[in-house]
Write a protein of this length. Sequence first.
Length: 810
Amino acid sequence: MYDLKLIPIHQEKGQPIPQQRGFTAARPPRRAARSREDDMLILSLIINGDAQAVAELHDSWLEKFVEPFFKTSGSVTSALRSFIETLNLTMMEKNLKGAGAGAAVTGAINLAAVHRRAVYIAQSGLTHAYALTQAGLEHFHDASRLDRGLGLSRTPTIRYYQADLGSGGYLFMSDTPAPTWTQEQLCKDGFPSLEQLRRRLMNQSSPDLRLDLVQILPGEGQITTISPVISVPAAPERAEVSLSDQEGLANDALPLVDESPVEIVIDDTQPVPPPEGETALEQPVEEKLVSAPEPELTDQDEDERIITDDVETDGVEKEPLSAPVEPGVPGEISAQDQPPERARSSEATKARKDRKAFADQVDEMREVGLKSLAKFFRWWGGTRGKLGTAFKKIFTRGGSAEEAEVPALSLRTSLIIVIAVPLLVVGIAVGVYLTRGRVQLHQYYLAQAETAIASAQAVNDPVKAREALALAIQFLDQAESFRSTNETKELRTNTQHALDVFDGALRLSYHPAILGTLSESINITRIISYGMDLYMLDATAGRVIHAIRNSQGYQIDTSFLCEAGNYSGGAVDLLVDATPLPINNPYLAHVLAADANGHVIYCGPGLEPVVQTLPRGVETIGAVTRIASEGNFLYVLDPTAEAVRVYRSTNGQFLDEPTVFFGRAQVDQIPPLRQMVDIAVNGAELYLLRSDGMLSHCLATGLSDDPVHCENPVEYIDGRPGKEGQPVSMPDSRFAAVLYTAPPDPTVDILDAENADIFRFSLRFRLYQRMRSDIGNYEVSSPAATAFTIGVDRIAFIAFGHQVFWAYVE
């Protein structure tokens, strides 16, 4: 588990503000769902609109939504989605009820769940989330800026992201991020401490800033909040002293009665007589301090006092403070002669207003509670009378008039009847209500889906038609969350087929690949298909897992060893990537894996691993993140050192000094290597995938004047039927991995982790196929795809965290 430190940084016009709402975290209650027992929830909510409604949302509604999250079983994403959808419907219903009464209440949310060794983020609205770990900085937001947020439609737009935590890191969220929030600025001297990160985030930030910062550290699930220090003027002390004694006590400490604001009463019934020797024009009216002791007050008296104080203070606040006093006009006070307490009267006024509002809420709650109790007792009195009559008839039935006396019931029997009958009646009523309510909601969402489909068929604009079909899928998801029928299944199949036609997509029917289940702590980030063998890199444990294919699927090889440790040739740390090897290597190894320090390990079934340290050359090794092999060459991506090193194999070993791929390249031909997340190789061609989803294509020409030529980034062109020649726009996609597929059908394949789709491009980057995932009724626990590959036998593999699926590519 992890410990959470919450640091809210909210400021207006460059000054910190004391009221900081909408940022909280929670740990599971005692009776949490089994799949939520170890989760922790982080909420960053920004609400705009009517001030009173905003305060109500922050103070009361959110508490009702946090607990149901921990009681929602299933995947993390389903629990996050349920939370946001419930909040959105609540805000929308409030907007509908208050239509015309004021501004609509809208919102944007970052909802994060710490689940095992990863943080899962569900985001809706125009807001930003950043995850900073030892692996780097990840920025999550809506690049299209088309998300309307919460409270405006029944179906919110929700985006899902995932970041591996490892040994911990930071999560920070804001709606006004600064341009300096980059990995280069935040980690310029290495991984920052909490105070360093806070200072760098505040550097060149907006004066009106809402920043919710969370430090995530390995621990026992503790949550602490570090509030900013805000200097607030201290409340004035009440001193029981008359005006005549003030001068004598000027240098003495006044006795402290209590810490509440000083009550000031202005006597405006008579003019204040001027002192001897002075005229009325030169002497301002002075205030009289109340010195009588206060009696003990009842609750009702206290409420009346709060209201009275508020009225009196308001009257004082509205009087001019700097105008001179005219003769015979009492009650006006000169600003220069006011006591220090008057300068802080606005603070006291605000406190009394808050107490008045609280008193009003208490009265309202008391009235509602009494009405509810009266209603309950009236119902119970009628029910008890009816039950008594019914039992009388039962006991007297069949007997004479003389024998018709009701037998006396024991105390135990009476108590059972009193308790059991109401519970039974309420249980039946609740069951009927819930059943009918679920059916009605199912019918409502089904009708909305049918309306959206009809709208898609009626419009001529392909873009609007596709949006309507996508909306229909969302309505069907909500309808099937209450009830799944043959009608909804058939409607979903037809709608998905229509969407596939619009997108030129091929739907792959995936099935579980691994026999049994892998531990949920496993996070697969690389898949290698090697004949009948399947190799999977577990980024959590830094190891390679081996599975062997049989007639039923892939069976895990428990004897396979490829992980951190001491072996022949040296030691290797946690593995970060793996690549297939030619079978003619001297160790007969199938895969080569590497750690971040530049050590590689040869692994194969039934083999003892062998470790080798890659020569460093003139360049220093920073942190290896990805490797790729092509024939006798090994390519090593080192974003920290901004280098791609190329090692040539000698008898299957990489013993020679490396060459730097961009060593002699022109400056304008070198892509931003710090942003690269994956690498693929095709002979002399290098494909580098950036964190923003764009691809850099570089070719080693061998020419002395232009040794490396790069297209940075490449321009994706559509080649699908009906879309030929158009630029490819994928605002909802998040590319995470790139793969070169060898002939007879050479392609450059890119994984869209957000939608679990595989985009297939020609070698000239024309999109000719989009392979869409269809998991069927199988439930996945990870919201995004984490790895993929396509084997030579045209079998596609895709991983969602610890789950691996396969499908035939037609």
